[in-house]
Design a protein around this ligand. Structure first.
Ligand code: KG4
Ligand code: ZN
Length: 339
């Protein structure tokens, strides 16, 4: 028997994405239609515009994923889709499309959580990687430390109490006058700056806490910029980035220690940041931990990670009903514990 090919669909925010993955490992195609150029003129993602764009693109993107994989609909074993969390109007387009494909093809519908998909980028990238592991998931909407005990069994050990790490990057980028999307532009600016130039605060939130807080840091940058109009933007960017990287990485190491786990994996759009990637690599090595960092294209939103997550649902025969809904707010719990 050949591999089980799962078609993944991702429309939770501003990327319309579809991908085909064989046996949860082999990326046969990975198509991402970004709306960045459309949203840039508004300085951020406009939900109504995002959902209309998804609607216009979804069938073309799915067909491009099949063509790219050299497969036809009949070769698919299941349809995986992000059911939440995210922008509700955007999610609905993907979920409705996935239900239609699953029904028309009479194959299983696999409804995955967006953060679960992000962490699966690691299983896609490292075929030998098996749970247990700690994943640091840092994106535009989330910052969480998740213990993956086994496939589809999660325990959230810490999360942000206010802004997500990516949100902090985007807000500080805006303070520095950088265009949307802030994260990558801020990283580019920071590459010409000194990360030790300004001692921005690190929010540790108590010795034992694995939670995060980034809104105070954003305010500190804002106040610094008001008081120092001769500050080099490169230094501000580099010092801010260093503060975020240090807190993310140290808390991830602490989570591994608390959970007694020797593997740490990065996930989410912010994991594309080179300062964070290299700090985790060096600190994990010092602590004797093995770290896993997916290639940047699998860190930011894509559908290959959705197809990979869907494969584990497929193996566990956790099929979603055709009444599957989309959820704007959707806590990450193990599928076995979902109502
Ligand atoms: O995972 P993602 O693509 O979408 C969400 O699920 O939110 O993450 C997007 C977030 C944005 O806040 C973006 O600014 C940030 O990830 N990001 C970065 C970098 N690339 C993307 N932040 C810092 N450095 C980067 N290189
Ligand atoms: Zn994401």
């Amino acid at each position: 028997m050949g591999p089980v090919y799962i078609l993944g669909i991702e429309t939770s925010c501003d990327e319309t994405a579809a991908a085909v993955v064989g046996d949860g490992k082999t990326v046969a195609s990975n198509v991402v239609a970004s709306q960045i150029n459309i949203h840039r003129q508004y300085g951020g993602v406009v939900p109504e515009v995002a959902s209309r764009q998804h609607l216009e693109k979804i069938t073309d993107v799915v067909e491009a994923a099949l063509t790219g994989a050299g497969l036809s609909f009949a070769d698919l074993g299941g349809i995986a889709v992000t059911a939440g969390p995210g922008l509700i109007g955007a999610l609905l387009v993907g979920v409705a499309a996935a239900k239609a494909y699953a029904y028309a093809l009479q194959i299983p519908l696999l409804a995955v959580h967006h953060l679960e998909a992000h962490l699966c980028a690691n299983f896609l990238s490292y075929h030998e990687l098996e749970p247990p592991l700690i994943t640091l998931i840092a994106s535009g909407g989330h910052t969480s430390l998740v213990l993956v005990r086994e496939h589809l069994v999660y325990e959230t050990l810490g999360a942000t109490r206010d802004d997500a790490a990516g949100e902090a990057f985007d807000k500080v980028a805006r303070l520095l006058g950088l265009p949307y999307p802030g994260g990558p532009n801020l990283e580019a600016l920071a590459s010409g700056g000194d990360p030790r130039a300004i001692a921005f605060p690190r929010a540790w939130l108590g010795e034992k806490s694995l939670d995060f807080s980034f809104s105070g840091l954003k305010t500190a940058v804002q106040n610094y910029l008001k008081r120092n109009n001769t500050a080099r933007p490169e230094d501000v960017a580099a010092s801010f980035q260093a503060a975020v990287a240090e807190v993310l990485v140290e808390k991830a190491l602490a989570a591994a220690r608390v959970a007694g786990v020797g593997q740490i994996a990065l996930a989410g759009g912010v994991a594309a940041n080179s300062a964070i990637r290299s700090l985790l690599l060096s600190r994990a090595e010092e602590k004797g931990l093995t770290c896993f960092i997916p290639p940047k294209g699998l860190c930011t939103d894509n559908a290959a990670m959705v197809a990979c997550a869907g494969y584990y649902y497929y193996l566990a025969r956790r099929f979603a009903p055709l009444e599957q809904e989309a959820f704007a707010n959707y806590p990450l719990v193990s599928p076995a514990d979902r109502p």
